[in-house]
Design a protein around this ligand. Structure first.
Ligand code: SF4
Ligand code: F3S
Length: 108
């Protein structure tokens, strides 16, 4: 499966969602996740993300490994809704794009 990692937090460009043949992206207040049980590993979404937030679970960097579980959990969270149409990124997306350690900002 592919998973959304930390770079997406506070940015949420949403370019990824419109290309997914499975519509398996779910949107929360300041982050998006992939439902790993629905992802068919096509990898089309990877190139769409301007901040490189989407990675294969086989290639997640060590400091991002917890995001596999986060994608699994939040895609089942009733506060996260399926999204298949792109929308405007978050207002301060440019400011947040290069910031590390954004996990504490994750909105549920
Ligand atoms: Fe959707 Fe394919 Fe990306 Fe999986 S890899 S989330 S199926 S676009
Ligand atoms: Fe997030 Fe990148 Fe999609 S910032 S919303 S994973 S295009």
């Amino acid at each position: 499966t592919f998973v959304v990692t930390e770079a997406c937090i506070q940015c949420k460009y949403t370019d990824c969602v419109s290309v997914c043949p499975m519509d398996c992206f779910f949107e929360g207040p300041n982050f998006l996740v992939i439902n790993p049980d629905e992802c068919i590993d096509c990898s089309i979404c990877v190139a769409e993300c301007p901040v490189g937030a989407i990675v294969s679970d086989q290639e997640i960097p060590g400091d991002q490994r917890h995001f596999l579980e986060i994608n699994r959990d939040l895609s089942q969270d009733p506060r996260y809704r399926r999204i298949s149409k792109a929308k405007e990124p978050m207002p301060d997306h440019e400011k947040w794009a290069g910031v590390k350690d954004k996990l504490g900002l994750l909105g549920y």
